[in-house]
Design a protein around this ligand. Structure first.
Ligand SMILES: Cc1cc2nc3c(=O)[nH]c(=O)nc-3n(C[C@H](O)[C@H](O)[C@H](O)COP(=O)(O)OP(=O)(O)OC[C@H]3O[C@@H](n4cnc5c(N)ncnc54)[C@H](O)[C@@H]3O)c2cc1C
Length: 309
C-alpha cells in the first residue's frame, strides 16, 4: 500500500512527489505518457524564476531525475477511476487488473488541447493539423504555416515556428492576448502576419491534402483564405478529468474544485496544477499547487495516524 499515489507527472505531479517523499511518504507517480506533461512539448520556458531560458523537455528531465534521486517510484499507467473502499483509496488503471491501493491521492492530470471542430480538421489531424509545434514544426522548414489562436501558447510557439518556416500567419478571434512583450516580438518578425478578430471556418482540402485556411470576420463577412502547408491550433484546453465526470469533485467545466490546501471534497484526495480551478495555468503555478498538495497529503496522513493510535 502506498502512502500517496499521484495521477499525472507534469510539473504539478512531480513537485507533489518531491514534497511527499521528503515527508517520508511512500510515493508512486503515474503517467500515461513520459514524465513532464506539457513541458515536454514546450520549446523555451522563459518565465520560470531562476533559470532564465530553458528548453521544456530539459526542465522536465531535471524534475524527473530529482524525483528519482529521492526515491519516488514511477510507472506508466492511465488512471481510469479512483474510489474509496474501507478507508483505502483504490486507483484503477487501464494497464493493471488489480487497483493500486493508497492512503491518499493527488489528481494532477493537466489538460488536453481544445479542438476547433471545423471541416477538414478530423481528416488532417496528425498530418497537416497539429497541436504541438515542438513535435511537428521541423517538417515545415521553409514552408507556409498558420497558427490559430492568440494566447500565451500560440504566441510562444509562433515565435518558435517563425524561426523555421517561410511564412507564418496567425489567425485569432481576439487580438494577441499573451504576455505583451512576447506578442510585440512576434508581430515585429518579418515573416509573420497577424489577423485579429477573425473566425476560422474550414481547413480546405485539395486532392485529400491541406490547401489552406478559410476565415472571415468574427461577426461575419470579409471572407478570406490563406494557402498553407500546415496548421497549428492553440485555442485553449480541456481538463483531463474524464473519469471524474458525474462526481462532486469537478465543476461544470470539468476542473477539479480545491480549497487553499488543494483538498477536494473527499478527505485524502487532493488536486493540483492545470486540471484544477484557477486563473493562471503556468509551470510556476502548477509547481506551487504540487508543493501544497504534497505537503497537505503528509499532514492529512499524520492526522489519520494520530486518530488511529
Ligand atoms: C505549447 C505550450 C507552451 C507553454 N509555455 C509555457 C511557458 O512558457 N511558461 C509556463 O510557465 N508555462 C507554459 N505552458 C503551460 C505549462 O506547460 C502548464 O501550465 C504546466 O505544464 C501544467 O502542469 P501540470 O502538471 O498541471 O499538467 P501537465 O503538464 O499537463 O501534466 C499532466 C500530466 O498528466 C498526465 N495524465 C493525464 N491524464 C492522465 C491519466 N488519466 N492517468 C495518468 N496520467 C495522466 C499527462 O500525460 C501529463 O503528463 C505552456 C503550455 C503549452 C501547451
Amino acid at each position: 500500500m502506498y502512502d500517496l499515489v499521484i495521477a499525472g507527472s507534469g510539473p504539478a505531479g512531480m513537485t507533489a512527489a518531491i514534497y511527499g517523499v521528503r515527508a517520508n511518504l511512500k510515493v508512486l507517480l503515474l503517467d500515461r505518457l513520459a514524465p513532464g506533461g506539457q513541458l515536454v512539448n514546450t520549446n523555451e520556458i522563459e518565465n520560470y524564476p531562476g533559470v532564465g531560458k530553458i528548453n521544456g523537455a530539459e526542465l522536465a528531465m531535471n524534475m524527473y531525475e530529482h524525483c528519482m534521486s529521492l526515491g519516488v517510484e514511477f510507472d506508466y499507467a492511465t488512471v481510469t477511476n479512483v474510489e474509496e473502499v474501507d478507508g483505502k483509496k483504490l486507483i484503477h488503471t487501464e494497464e493493471r487488473e488489480e487497483p493500486i491501493e493508497a492512503r491518499s491521492v493527488i489528481l494532477a492530470m493537466g489538460t488536453t488541447p481544445r479542438k476547433l471542430s471545423i471541416p477538414g480538421e478530423e481528416q488532417l489531424a496528425g498530418s497537416s493539423v497539429s497541436w504541438c509545434a515542438i513535435c511537428d514544426g521541423a517538417k515545415y522548414r521553409d514552408k507556409d504555416v498558420v497558427i490559430v489562436g492568440g494566447g500565451n501558447s500560440a504566441v510562444d510557439e509562433g515565435i518558435f515556428l517563425a524561426g523555421i518556416v517561410n511564412k507564418l500567419t496567425v489567425i485569432t478571434d481576439f487580438d494577441l492576448t499573451s504576455d505583451p512583450v512576447q506578442a510585440d516580438y512576434l508581430r515585429s518578425l518579418d515573416n509573420v502576419t497577424v489577423h485579429p478578430y477573425k473566425k476560422v471556418d474550414e481547413f480546405r482540402l485539395k486532392d485529400g491534402k491541406l490547401e489552406g485556411v478559410a476565415f472571415q470576420d468574427k461577426e461575419g463577412g470579409n471572407e478570406d483564405f490563406v494557402p498553407c502547408d500546415g496548421v497549428f491550433e492553440y485555442i485553449g484546453a480541456i481538463p483531463r478529468t474524464e473519469f471524474l465526470e458525474g462526481t462532486s469533485l469537478i465543476n461544470e467545466f470539468g476542473y477539479i474544485e480545491v480549497d487553499e490546501k488543494m483538498a477536494t471534497s473527499i478527505p485524502g484526495v487532493f488536486g493540483a496544477g492545470d486540471c484544477t480551478v484557477k486563473n493562471l495555468r503556468q509551470v510556476s503555478t502548477a509547481i506551487s499547487d504540487g508543493a501544497i498538495a504534497g505537503h497537505e497529503a503528509s499532514v492529512y496522513l499524520k492526522h489519520l495516524d494520530a486518530q488511529n493510535n
